[in-house]
Design a protein around this ligand. Structure first.
Ligand code: HEM
Length: 498
């Protein structure tokens, strides 16, 4: 009996031993494969607290350089913050169109400036409602309609007046181009344009552009990483001051529209918003997101995003024409042949493939919004790498526009990128200046129409050259700014062709 018990106990312990080993092996396989799945993107070694900050001098350039070493997806530490960087057309596009990457990153300065409502830095239901509303209003009052063409043509006449007054003498194009572009979005938002010498308008434009510039400056980026340490920095204070003044000014403009509102006669986006707000309140719907703060921040967003990007691109286009006179010759030859002296219209775009290619190439080389940052809304496995929920993901949009695998001459100004062998306009997949996916720019169609009409109308009437005594190759193509890129202020001559 005792022997039987022994045998039984022995076989039991052998079974449980085998069972335990089996469990152990299964757990090992599970953890090994789980660990492989959780493999994070590689990246450079980092210092405690500072991370890789010392390695980064010019943020987007250096990040692009690092992508050549660590691959299209890599991890970097910006101070204490772990960030995943995506580079190159294929990877950037794949992530942009995924829902898991569409939450906008909200850094401390955005909270300070109270910009978490509206569209650009908003998230969730409020963002969705405001984005849909703004897209509908842009269609109703601007884009895709004859109205936007007429507004831009009218504004280009005002801009040409300023250029004509300079009488061929050297001048900096920055201000008049900004005012003209800003008036297009102002017309859509408020229902009216402003005179270029209106001091309120001038200061509104100047503050919007200044804050965009400061948003990308080193000290504000440092504040975003260490807010408890660097809140006293001058650039942040200047941004807060500008923001308070712009809010006051825009609140006054909105109040003026509110006092004279006639729901039957929508003058612009603000009127549409106010009409909806009244409708929701009358229906007892209090959480519609159509509230005063959302209106103010949406207007601020559209004014800023609609001014700086488009005007910098247009100015860079004029500078490139002065720098490359043979390319300017070809644009002007095409305009004279196809359009002659009448007003250029949007419908002419199809018959102006070379001019259209030049405008696209200007957008490609300036890459005016070089990068954008979102967060992951859940744990994601992306291209074999694990990215934890809430991780900041930086997209190097400029790396798609300069991707060596996509563009024949990524670092040159080469309009043929957008032309086929017969000289017809050719679309390119890697052309992503407006981003893509859920966070795509809502002003794309408006900006493209503006760039086309302003650029061709100006080139039809003026020859752009360097100031007397300055050679073409002395013109400086350097771009400054890391949030949005701007050509350096520089004088050009606009010599009348007619
Ligand atoms: C050349 C001109 C322009 C360029 C290159 C440009 C580019 C961009 C880019 C790259 C984004 C970021 C998307 C992202 O985070 O993934 C963006 C967002 C945005 N843009 Fe533009 N933009 C231009 C003109 C405009 C204009 C004229 C308007 C106004 C009508 C505008 C309004 C916006 C808004 C509201 C957003 C936020 C969209 C969102 O977060 O859902 N942009 N733009």
């Amino acid at each position: 009996m005792a022997m039987m018990e022994n045998l039984f106990l022995q076989s039991l312990s052998t079974t449980s031993l085998l069972f335990t080993i089996g469990i152990l092996l299964a757990s090992l396989v599970f953890f090994w494969s789980y660990d492989r799945q959780r493999k994070e993107p590689p990246g450079p070694r980092s210092l405690p607290l500072l991370g890789n900050l010392l390695d980064l001098k010019s943020p987007h350039c250096t990040l692009y350089e690092l992508s050549k070493k660590y691959g299209a997806i890599f991890t970097i530490h910006l101070g204490p913050q772990k960030v995943v960087v995506l580079a190159g057309y294929k990877v950037v596009k794949q992530a942009l169109i995924s829902d898991a990457f569409s939450v906008k990153e909200v850094v401390p300065i955005i909270n300070d400036l109270k910009l978490t409502q509206g569209i650009i830095f908003a998230n969730g239901d409020s963002w969705r409602k405001m984005k849909n509303f703004a897209m509908t209003s842009l269609k109703d009052f601007g884009m895709g309609k004859k109205a936007s063409e007429e507004k831009i043509i009218e504004e280009s006449q005002h801009l040409m007046e300023v250029f004509k007054e300079k009488d061929g003498k050297p001048f900096d194009t920055t201000q008049p181009v900004r005012f003209a572009v800003s008036n297009v979005i102002s017309n859509i938002v408020y229902g009216n344009r402003f005179e270029y010498d209106d001091p309120d308008f001038r200061s509104m434009v100047e503050r919007a552009c200044k804050n965009t510039e400061l948003m990308g400056c080193a000290s504000v980026q440092l504040y975003n990483l260490f807010p408890w340490l660097f809140h006293w920095l001058g650039a942040r204070k200047q941004m807060m001051k500008n923001s308070r003044a712009s809010r006051r000014q825009m609140t006054k403009l909105i109040k003026g529209l509110q006092d004279t509102l006639n729901p039957q006669m929508g003058r612009g986006l603000v009127d549409s918003f106010l009409a909806r707000k009244i409708h929701f309140e009358a229906s007892g719907i209090m959480n519609s997101h159509f509230n005063e703060e959302n209106l103010l921040v949406t207007v601020l967003n559209l004014f800023t995003a609609g001014t700086d990007t488009t005007s910098s691109t247009l100015r860079y286009g004029l500078l490139l024409m002065a720098k490359y006179p043979q390319i300017q010759d070809q644009v002007q030859e095409e305009l004279s042949r196809v359009v002659g002296s009448r007003q250029v219209l949007v419908a002419d775009r199809k018959s102006l493939p070379y001019s259209n290619a030049v405008i696209h190439e200007v957008q490609r080389v300036i890459s005016v919004v070089p990068k954008t940052a979102h967060c992951t809304s859940r744990d994601v496995i992306f291209q074999g790498f694990f990215i934890k929920k809430g991780t900041t993901v930086i997209y190097l949009l400029s790396s798609a526009l300069h991707d060596e695998e996509e563009w024949e001459k990524p670092n040159s100004f080469h309009p043929a990128h957008f032309l086929d062998k017969e000289g017809k306009f050719r679309k390119r997949d890697a052309f992503l200046p407006f981003s893509a996916g859920p966070r795509v720019c809502i002003g794309e169609s408006l900006a493209r129409t503006e760039l086309f009409l302003f650029f061709t109308t100006l080139l039809q009437h003026f020859r752009f050259t360097p100031p007397p005594g300055v050679k073409e190759d002395e013109l400086d193509l350097t771009l400054v700014g890391s949030f949005s890129r701007n050509p350096l202020p520089q004088e050009l001559c606009a010599i009348s062709r007619v």
